[in-house]
Design a protein around this ligand. Sequence first.
Ligand SMILES: *Cc1c(COP(=O)(O)O)cnc(C)c1O
Ligand SMILES: [Zn+2]
Length: 396
Amino acid sequence: MDVPLICYACGNTTTLSAGTRCDCGEPYWVATEPTGFAWPESGERSLWRYRDLLPDVVPTGLAAGAGGTPLVRAPRLDDGIGARVHVKYEGSNPTGTFKDRGSSVGVAAAVDAGYETVGTVSHGNMARSMAAHAASAGLDCLVLVPADVPAERLALIARYDPTILRVEGDYGRLYDESLHIGREQRVAFVNSDTPLRVAGQKTTALEIAEAFAPQLPDAIVLPVSSGGHGSAVWKAFRELRDAGLVTEIPHLYFVQTAACAPIAEAWERDDRTVTPVDGGETVAYSIANADPPSGDRVLAAARATGGGVLAVDDDAILDARQALSAEAGLFVESASATALAGARRLAENGAFEGFEDVVLITTGTGFTERDVDAPIVDATRVGLGALDDAITERMG
Ligand SMILES: *Cc1c(COP(=O)(O)O)cnc(C)c1O
Ligand SMILES: [Zn+2]
């Protein structure tokens, strides 16, 4: 099956076999026909619940296990936000991030199209996710990482036994080059913002919308790097509007790490296109894309929904990460904590004035994050005989 594509910017149409980027320079997304779509009656919990809005392929193995993540209330965070806070916890996907949604669709489509090898350009979550889904489907997986990736992160990817190449050179060029080589060598590359990945990632927003139906949250706040996920969330609500299930789209806010914030900087300048930056070190390394392929599409989404793009620094990210654990019970990756850090800043600036419900998408689990910082733990040592007194003293 060849997949129909459409350009959000100029309306051009094509099919996947002809390439993933339009002549106008913008990425394509999968063309869908949402008219007549209704919330499903089925008890299906995975993202394939929304198969009517997905490419017509059959998921097996791990592909059938992505999505269906919890949306939890975090009442102790309400005060800092000035609205009811809901957290979409993507850490409960099979490999711990929302990346599984895109891999699920991308790998199922590759199987359907007769590919024997899939590939991705990633140094972390996307690589783990693609390697896992390929392993489950019995496909070979080629992972292209930057040459200087920390050994701990490579070890997590290697567990799923893909072929890993450490590539020297510009990461942005590697992204485009891989798609080109993939077409020539029949490797189905599923990269950060390729159409099938974005198609799968739409389902984060479909799940949020269905949970609130027939109401809507006022705002959705999520971390952004390549812009693939952000553009997918926008697309999901456009489809629901076309289907007549919503009349409005929540304000979409996209958060970057200050150390590498090309989209937020373009937003500040009121530009329509993103200029690449020289990114620096940050605890939120998973969202440090200096040359985001869907940056322009995210700017368009923020503008169209009355939202915005902003950047937060590492101190604010670590504070938010701590609050998500200690006040909401959620153990998230530093990159994901930018959602709360960004929402706090927006609330301070009055952006949420009059809002009732704000959804934070925490994109990944913190349990994979072994290389960030050594915690200082306050735990008194006490002899068994003194335990009674110690508890009285500590707990009051
Ligand atoms: C990939 C990733 C993001 C950013 O998603 P994009 O689609 O690249 O914008 C955010 N958080 C985590 C944990 C990620 O792995
Ligand atoms: Zn175009």
